[in-house]
Write a protein that binds this ligand. Sequence first.
Ligand code: GLA
Length: 481
Amino acid sequence: MRFAVALCVLALFVATLALDNGLMRTPPMGWLAWERFRCDIDCQNDPKNCISEVLFRDMADRLAEDGWRELGYVYVNIDDCWAAMDRDSNGRLQADPKRFPSGIPKLASYIHDRGLKLGIYGDMGTLTCGGYPGTPLDKITIDAQTFADWKVDMLKFDGCYSNATEQEQGEEGRRVGGMSKGRVGMDILKVETTGDKWFTQPSAACLTQTLFFLIGYPAMSKALNATGRPIGYSCSWPAYQGGLPPKVNYTQLGEICNLWRNYGDIEDSWNSVLSIADWFFNNQDVLQPAAGPGRWNDPDMLVVGDFGLSMDQSRSQMAMWAIMAAPLFMSNDLRTISSGARTILQNKVAIGINQDPMGVQGRRLIKEKSGIEVFWRPLSDKASALVFFSRRTDMPYRYQTSLGQLNYTTGSYKIYDVFAEREMPTLKDSTHFVVSINPSGVVMWYISAPAGQDQENTHVGGKLRGPAFHRHGNGIAPIVL
Ligand code: GLA
């Protein structure tokens, strides 16, 4: 009992420390190995795709030479399975010597020489999710210093094997659903990849895990700060706590982390993308205010360019991630990416919307019975973005509405269709129009402030309710766009 009280006092103390690195004022962008390359360590048989310095150098070359870097995709991020199984004689983590023979510092300079940044992966616990050495509480300072000495620019800090008790109780290596919670054993289980069912079973181990995280994640924040090197800090903490208050304290997260994974792992499928987007928009009242410059919700990687999404679904992921002000970490093979996927990921206006300096996360305005959803994000210069999204599976749907019905105030608005890459006819707030939205696709608009508009707001807020939004028949012929 006395131990628990001591932990709580310590937790309160460290919880007040703020991350003050001035980084990631807009959502970070780059490339992250995990979804596409996982824990492929078979460099003998799969030398081009295994987790090795070759893969990261290849991706750095592509980012630098194929126009990605100039668009903002600057992080080259290592995920799990990079480390040797043992720490060195000084207790420091070290890279697997066979797969990273030049070492991480050399890789860092290779990446820096190309105007890019290096991210690395660690885990708040005894082991990483893939079973490599983790960072227990007594190793936080030394690991932060090691990463800084190596000139790392970002740390993704996972939460598997969060303490020895759980490790004993959990089943070694088992993965439950999309998120690696198997080792938690009696604790927090996500039982489905696609659903939003999280079960929390109170137990002594659960309490220990919560306290352990409460100490560990802020302590790593402080340790990174103390190195004097600006290192972006991505915390997987909320994903291990069910993603929602009261277990998750978003005020505290915003103070100690630059971004945080709230939910389960993305997979290369539309089902996975949709379930993640649904969870984020269903919980937008909690999540949306948590985001802002320097602190972002992370719905996980972009899988555009892989195998699971159609072109329409790829545009949908890009559009929804832009509305959500999500970090844009692609996990794909930039050496072989199709020109269609590249065009979507390199869309300047979609990126500009994602990177808007005001940093206000967008919201879902409306969920129609027809399966159409409309998302909105306020942007700087009184501009905004709208996304019309179809969950339908039949044929392109002709959705009729007006800007007024989507809460826009009086005025004439200039519209740019982001993926069609063309200007649209100017729309008055009162003009009824029809947009045609493909199944599992989007239409995304960048909307400029009305000319001569001197009022502050061009939109009256983020919530639409009521039957008006299910029927629009008022006898006026709509403009078909
Ligand atoms: C967890 C994380 C993933 C990835 C793997 C690595 O599942 O959520 O993003 O980092 O661990 O093992």
